[in-house]
Design a protein around this ligand. Structure first.
Ligand code: BDR
Ligand code: CA
Length: 320
């Protein structure tokens, strides 16, 4: 069993990742921290409670709210992809009796700040805790700045972010999570704990079409299935208009798969840096992945290949 802390900005694909993680017996999700990104952080926290409300849980992870602003830049959100509320507008859906269709889980937030809860967990599980980041790396950089000694005892950090031999999804060169807070990402990548990155190069290999999603969820009449269908409508429409297919990429689910089913993923060692000064290339992740040019002192593993069908099969098995 692997102890994980998830740092997230939910986000439709964050929701898929959190549901998958909570359903994975290989993982024990000890805490979930929110961060600004797809939405402002208060909405991200609200969305997290909605996602946890979809699961029928007796015991919840510790929950805390993290950073409201990136370290240096102004916040950029992604409501145009994930819907006004960041969760495909599921927060507005009501049952016939007027009650919310997806009511938030009734759980108490930790009295600690997001950064302090990260540090508390790192200290409680030294050399064991794995942090999985599904949003900008602001909270992690702040935790490192506040208490580097505790953060050095992390087992590793698994990051969804970056684009290497693939175009970006915010600008030509930058992926969203890194673009929102490139300064934080650069600090985290150079910190020295093992980093495993699932960039767009990998996440774009897993294409979940609307047809496949609907066929899978229609097999089951339960809350998770209806949530997967309802929450993805807006973002699949965005993909139809702007990406070229009806469906979407479940980016944030990949780091969870890397932990539970490493055999489906192939990675290479690389020295990863983040552009923080460029005008055209702000937030670009830079690394030479060519075998003959590999850096002698890599700071990360970069996932370059996914057995997409196997991963999707596993994903739907776990969520049913
Ligand atoms: C990343 O950006 C966000 O919009 C998604 O939730 C994912 O974490 C993909 O670039
Ligand atoms: Ca995300």
């Amino acid at each position: 069993m692997q102890r994980v802390l998830i740092d997230t900005d939910p986000g439709v694909d964050d929701a898929f990742a959190i549901l998958l993680a909570m359903r994975s017996p290989e993982l024990k999700v000890e805490a979930i921290i929110t961060v600004c990104g797809n939405t402002p952080v208060a909405q991200a926290t609200q969305n997290l409670l909605t996602i946890l409300g979809v699961l029928d849980l007796d015991e919840f992870p510790a929950i805390a709210q993290g950073a409201a602003e990136p370290l240096v830049k102004q916040l950029v959100t992604a409501a145009h992809v994930h819907g006004e509320d960041g969760l495909g507008n599921t927060s507005q859906l009501r049952c016939a009796d007027g009650n919310l269709l997806y009511a938030p889980a009734d759980i108490e937030m930790s009295p600690l700040s997001g950064v302090d809860l990260i540090l508390e967990m790192a200290a409680r599980y030294p050399d064991e805790l794995i942090i999985v980041t599904l949003g900008p790396l602001t909270n992690i950089a702040k935790a490192i700045r506040k208490d580097a000694a505790k953060m050095r005892r992390l087992q590793k950090i698994v990051v969804m972010g970056g684009a290497f031999e693939e175009y970006g999804n915010v600008t030509t060169t930058a992926e969203f999570n890194i673009f929102v807070d490139p300064h934080a990402a650069d600090e985290v990548f150079h910190f020295g704990v093992p980093i495993h990155i699932a960039p767009l190069d990998a996440t774009h290999q897993v294409v979940l079409t609307g047809e496949r999603l609907h066929a899978e969820v229609d097999k089951h009449d339960n809350k998770i299935s209806s949530f997967l269908k309802d929450s993805t409508q807006a973002c699949m429409e965005f993909y139809r208009q702007h990406v070229g297919f009806w469906g979407f990429h479940i980016h944030d689910a990949l780091p969870i798969g890397i932990l539970t089913h490493p055999e489906h993923f192939e990675s290479v060692d690389a020295y990863v840096q983040v552009e923080t000064a460029g005008v055209l290339t702000d937030g670009m992740t830079v690394a030479d992945l060519r075998r003959e040019r590999r850096h002698p002192n890599p700071n990360a593993q970069v996932c370059i290949k996914v057995a997409a069908e196997a991963f999707l099969d596993h994903f739907f098995k776990r969520l049913h």
